[in-house]
Design a protein around this ligand. Structure first.
Ligand code: SAM
Length: 290
């Protein structure tokens, strides 16, 4: 354990030059150089001393080190092999941290949770995600239906806003529904680009996802529900009728109109005005006629 945190400009520069490490843009490598941001993120996650934490993409260990201070046990997945020997030195002394050199998208996270954490231990996912694959990573974490308390991630501000968006806003779309079907989503903090090395072109936010025990709506068929949502937002400026008839070519406009009228949804509305409940009712009604 070193006296000085990794997440400072000087220590980060020292580590990078010591190992001759060159950032790979293709892996979304932007390291955090501000300890306060990391501590606040961990506070938002609500990690207790006896909790477990999973991190995705530890980099040189800036967040990992802080998680190691606050959590009972930390498992971090890092795809870049060059970082493994660096992490073993920067995190030296933290016996409660395990680094797994794997692509998170190809990992069996259920298996890792079972083998690395105590039965019944609260587990939190915390990460400064690589921005090029934020959505695939989050959708994998949600669709895997992991036994975790919450997911607290630093991501591109605009994507965080889309994931947490409510109806009748510019950011609301199929991504909002996909994320909020599994979680309660909240932007808890904005993060300026100046706290990263190298600085990205975009600002970031910390998004907190609290996993739901059950979906907030009853749907007859999940893939069909998401298909309807996606189709509805196909062309944002077009009406429900336009988007649905373009997608469900096996139905006539009159048939689609009957479906919408049966559930009291005006075919002239736009997708962005529909609540998740309305999408569910519409998809269930449509499911029976397609
Ligand atoms: N946590 C560090 C920090 O905050 O300073 C680094 C965050 S950096 C934005 C993202 C990290 O994710 C990089 O270390 C990158 O190598 C790693 N990474 C990228 N794609 C990955 C993947 N598919 N699986 C696991 N790690 C990945």
């Amino acid at each position: 354990m070193k006296d000085k945190a990794i997440a400072t400009p000087t220590r980060t520069k020292d580590i990078l030059s010591q190992y001759g490490f060159a950032f790979k843009k293709s892996l979304g490598q932007n390291f955090i150089i501000d300890v306060n941001i990391l501590e606040n993120t961990i506070k938002h996650a609500g990690i207790g001393q006896d909790a477990g934490a999973i991190e995705i993409g530890p980099g040189i260990g800036a967040l990992t080190e802080q998680l190691g201070r606050f959590a009972d046990k930390v498992v971090a997945f890092e795809i870049d092999q060059r970082l493994i020997p660096i992490l073993s030195e920067t995190l030296e002394g933290y016996d409660n941290i395990t680094i797994v050199n794997e692509d998170i998208l190809a990992s069996d996270i259920h298996d890792v949770i079972q083998s690395q954490f105590d039965p019944g231990q609260r587990v939190h996912i915390v990460a400064n995600l690589p921005y090029y694959i934020t959505t695939p990573i989050l959708m994998k974490l949600l669709m895997d239906r992991l036994p975790v308390q919450n997911i607290t991630v630093m991501i591109q501000k605009e994507v965080a806003e889309r994931m947490a968006a409510q109806p009748n806003t510019k950011s609301y779309g199929s991504l909002s529904i996909a994320v909020q079907y599994y979680t309660e989503a909240r932007v808890v903090m904005n993060v300026p680009k100046t706290v990263f090395m190298p600085q990205p072109n975009v600002d970031s936010s910390v998004l907190q996802l609290t996993l739901r025990e059950a979906p907030p709506v009853n749907v007859k068929d999940e893939p069909f529900f998401f298909e309807v949502v996606k189709a509805t937002f196909g062309q944002r400026r077009k009406t429900l009728m336009n988007n649905l008839s373009r997608h469900f070519t096996g139905q006539t406009k009159a048939e689609l109109k009957d479906v919408m009228m049966a559930v009291d949804i005006d075919p002239g509305r736009r997708g962005e005005s529909l609540s998740m409940e309305e999408f569910a009712v519409l998809a269930n009604q449509l499911y029976d006629v397609t």
